[in-house]
Ligand binder design. Structure first.
Ligand SMILES: *Cc1c(COP(=O)(O)O)cnc(C)c1O
Length: 345
């Protein structure tokens, strides 16, 4: 990896971050008259902890990662955007991404006026390691890998990801939004071995908390510091921090949901493959299935007419004819199958 100093944009390197009202004082004060807050309506009258100390402490214990290696954002969307803002000079630097993958990397790149070089997966949806490295040049700052990948559903081979981490001299962003559903382990345990690794995880999927907007980025303390310096000071609100603490004390919920969803996914895999117009159900390491059908638009529109919404991915690279179906509650999955059986007739 290049020295971090060489990867960071000069304006970010030289930035003097906003100093919040409570930065100068740590410890327990009895009277806070420093931030022009309204003294009534506690506890929501107070600004949230800009460092999210309690939440990070819990996540740190839970994940066995030091709190200095944790960045919390308003969903994973925030660290994705901040990575562009920290490392990519608009109009000059570029990033490399697999294709097909999660659409947010491209959107964040477009907003920041940064070129994305997309490298197709192989026909088996595996990483083209040599192709990815060939696409990189001196101005490539970030390499986006999503595993399990959205929308293909598969995990990539660990040897390939590690190979990229060793050979790419910029930052590898590994998006593990769906890792709780996968048989593979997170690469979190490798964080200390690779100073150029950023792992994204989220409370939006397995934890069932897309509504509170809380995403995690795990990285070297130097990278975490860069992201922390440029975030909005109070990016995680009081309600979200409270809810996250509550949630982390009830991990059994998450485990129960995941096991339910995996069982449902297996059932759906078989049931969908049985439909005559379904040409293929791709194997999945996530909470959704990618299926190939003869007339994707007709299937999609028919389901919409039955008030069932899935995702049409048929215009995405390597996904011709493909629809993406999220695994729902058992009753919802039954309704989908019922509707698809009607379409079949
Ligand atoms: C759903 C999803 C996320 C989650 O984004 P949040 O902003 O945390 O809700 C991240 N990455 C991928 C690939 C996803 O599919």
């Amino acid at each position: 990896m290049k020295p971090l100093n060489q990867l960071i944009r000069p304006n970010i390197k030289n930035l003097k971050p906003y100093s919040s009202a409570r930065d100068e004082y740590t410890g327990e004060a009895a009277v806070f008259l420093d931030a022009n807050e309204n003294p009534f309506n506690q506890p929501y009258n107070r600004y949230p902890d800009p460092y999210q100390r309690k939440v990070k402490q819990k996540i740190s214990e839970f994940k066995s990662v030091s709190d200095t290696n944790i960045f919390l954002g308003n969903g994973s969307d925030e660290p994705i955007d901040l990575l562009f803002r920290a490392f990519c000079e608009p109009g000059i630097d570029n990033v490399v991404s697999i294709d097909p993958t999660y659409g947010m990397y491209q959107v964040a790149a477009d907003i920041n006026n940064v070129e994305v070089r997309r490298v197709l997966l192989t026909d088996e949806f595996e990483l083209d390691v040599e192709g990815l490295l060939r696409a990189c040049d001196d101005n490539t700052k970030l390499l986006f890998i999503c595993s399990p990948n959205n929308p293909t559903g598969n995990c990539f081979r660990k040897v390939d990801i590690l190979d990229l981490l060793r050979r790419f001299d910029g930052i590898v962003v590994l998006d593990e939004a769906y890792i709780d559903f996968a048989p593979e382990k997170s690469l979190l345990s490798k964080l200390s071995d690779y100073s150029n690794l950023v792992i994204l995880q989220t409370f939006s999927k397995a934890w069932g908390m897309a509504g509170i907007r809380l995403g995690m980025a795990f990285a070297s303390s130097d990278i975490v510091e860069v992201l922390s310096n440029i975030k909005y000071p109070y990016n995680i609100n009081v309600l979200t921090q409270e809810k996250a603490l509550e949630l982390l004390d009830n991990e059994s919920n998450k485990q129960y949901w995941v096991s339910q969803l995996l069982a449902e996914r297996d059932n759906m895999q078989v049931a969908l493959a049985d439909l005559s117009f379904v040409a293929k159900v791709y194997p999945s390491d996530a909470n959704y299935l990618l299926i190939k059908v003869n007339e994707p638009k007709a299937v999609y529109d028919f389901l919409v007419s039955k008030q069932i919404i899935i995702r049409d991915r048929s215009s995405v690279s390597l996904c011709e004819g493909c629809l993406r179906v999220t695994i729902g509650q058992p009753a919802e999955n039954s309704l989908l199958l019922e509707a698809l059986t009607m379409f079949e007739k």
